[in-house]
Structure formats: C-alpha cells, structure tokens
Design a protein around this ligand. Structure first.
Ligand code: HEM
Length: 287
C-alpha cells in the first residue's frame, strides 16, 4: 500500500487523503472522555470501587455519543452544515467504542466469571435490553463502511442502518431501568432523542422552516418534562405536577425540559440564519 493510499485510511483525513481539521477536532473530542477516564483511574480520583465508576462513566459517554451520532444528519439538512457528513461514521463508531468499553469493564467488574456474566445477561432485564442494543450497534458498526454498502446495496444498507433508532431506544430503556435517584440525564437524553426524531419527520414531510422547528422544540420540551415526571411517579410516587413545576425553577438546576427547549430553539434560529445567508441545502453524498 502506498503512503498516499495509507493516509486516506487515517481517521483524520478525507477521501482524497488530505488532513481535515473538522475530522481531526472531532476525533480528539471523541477520544477525550477515554483519556479522562484513564487519568482518573491512574491518579486514584475514583471511589473505592473504581471499575464500577468506570462502567457508569463509559455507559454515560456511550449514550451521549449515540444521541450525538443521530444529530449529524439533521444538522446537515436543517442547519445546512454539509461537511457534517465527514464525521458521521466516526461519531457512530465512537458510540460503539464506548459501548464495548462499558461492557468490557462490566466483565472486568465481574472478574470474567463467564457463567455469572451469562446468567446476569439472561436474568436481569435491564442487562438483556442493553445486550440487544449492543448487538444491534455491533451489526451497524461492522457494516458502516464501503464493504457494507457494496454487500447490502444502498437500499438494504439504509434499511439496516435505520435500526440505529431501535438501538438508541433500547439503550434509553436500559438507562431508565438502571437509574436510582436522579433521572435528569436519562430524561435529557430521551428528550434530545425525541427532538432529533421530530427534526427527521419535519424534513421528510415539510421544509424545515423556523415555525415548524420552533413548534417541535416546544412540543419536545413539554414531552421531556412529562417523561421525567412519569418516571418519578412510577419510581417514587412523587406527584407529576411537582416534577412539572420544578421545570420552571432554575435556582438549583436547568431542567432537562429547558435544555431540550434551548437546543431546539438554537437549531431553529441557526436554520433560519443559514436559510437566509448560508449555502444551498445538502445533496445526498457519502463520507
Ligand atoms: C451487554 C450490554 C450491556 C451491559 C452488560 C451493560 C451493563 C450495565 C450496568 C451493569 C450498568 C449499571 C452500572 C452501575 O450502576 O453499577 C449500566 C448502566 C448504564 N449503561 Fe449499560 N450495559 C450494556 C449496554 C449499554 C448500552 C448499549 C448503552 C448505551 C449506548 C449503555 C448505557 C448505560 C448507561 C447510560 C448507564 C447508566 C450509567 C450511570 O448510572 O451513570 N449500556 N450498564
């Protein structure tokens, strides 16, 4: 393999083998949590159960990056940020990387007692759900390359990769089933997922105009508040209205519903600005 062919394979280069600053910056940002986890572990900054801490931390990052991977395509179309296509595969593979790290650390935590690991995966529903999500993500990761597209054909590949939404939904269920006291981040991830799905629907059915996007932001924000309230109602029997009212009290935290509203409104404003002053809408091209 020649040096130029090799450089085209590097994660920070584009198809022509040129270094892409966007890809390089994304790669470094995606690696940062893993580096931080190593630092925390080496410096002894974790609790007396460091592996358990790292299982949680890697799970959190897997979830965040999985949701981020779903934001790439809407951002590309809604905000007309065509170059986002360059990092779509990288973000998806990073979600898979943190998921596999999460599962591997869990196996370390159980000291590789394979029988116990198998029993837990079968008997504890939240782990079974996580396992199915992981298997789906592995199938998507293995086929997220030119070989996968050639083998499955464009339509088959698109059909298979639409399963990312099912994998995300299952991951969110796994997350909610595991939450003990504070469901804020799980609710936030859920709200962002619903917001991204709504952008997808808007793009399919209508022009992603300012009013449509604003409406989606408001509806998804209310939905996020309701999901959080419902969770607390089922898990702790705290009254739904008390959790809903807490969404308006920003004195001790910005609620997941307000974060979702902020993110949705930011995209609406960005889309409006890009529609006025930005480039033409994206065409379908592969990374
Ligand atoms: C075979 C597959 C999986 C296994 C065995 C597994 C195992 C676990 C375990 C044992 C916990 C609880 C940690 C604790 O509180 O002590 C956990 C939490 C979690 N997992 Fe998984 N998981 C799997 C798949 C996934 C996937 C696919 C995702 C998302 C992409 C994910 C995201 C999370 C998150 C966000 C948490 C909560 C972390 C926290 O409490 O801060 N997991 N998982």
């Amino acid at each position: 393999m020649t040096a130029s062919a090799l450089s085209a394979w590097m994660p920070w280069t584009d198809r022509a083998g040129r270094t892409s600053l966007l890809k390089l910056a994304t790669l470094l940002a995606l690696l940062a949590p893993a580096v931080w986890m190593v630092v925390e572990w080496r410096m002894g900054w974790l609790s007396p159960k460091p592996v358990t801490d790292l299982v949680r931390e890697s799970g959190d990052w897997a979830m965040r990056i999985l949701v981020l991977s779903l934001a790439v395509t809407p951002l590309r179309y809604v905000a007309r940020f065509n170059r986002a296509i360059l990092v779509r595969r990288m973000v998806g593979l990073a979600a898979l990387f943190y998921t596999l790290l999460h599962v591997a650390l869990w196996c370390v935590d159980l000291r590789f007692e394979w029988l116990r690991i198998a029993m837990e995966l079968v008997l504890r529903l939240f782990l079974t759900v996580g396992l199915v999500a992981t298997l789906l993500m592995v199938a998507l990761g293995v086929t997220s390359n030119d070989w996968g597209i050639r083998k499955l054909g464009s339509a088959g590949w698109n059909r298979l990769h639409a399963w990312v939404y099912v994998a995300t939904l299952l991951s969110l269920i796994h997350y909610f089933m595991e939450v003990r006291l504070d469901a804020s981040e799980a609710a936030l991830m859920c709200g962002l997922f619903v917001l991204l799905m709504s952008f997808r629907e808007i793009r399919k059915r209508a022009t992603p105009g300012f009013v449509n996007l604003m409406l989606a932001a408001v509806i998804c924000s209310v939905g996020t508040g309701l999901i959080e309230a419902l969770y607390y109602k089922l898990a702790t029997s705290v009254a739904v209205w008390r959790v809903l009212m807490a969404n308006f009290d920003v004195s001790y935290r910005v609620s997941p519903a307000l974060w979702v509203l902020g993110a949705g409104l930011a995209v609406a404003v960005l889309a409006n600005l890009r529609a006025r002053f930005g480039p033409k809408p994206a065409r379908m091209v592969r990374a």
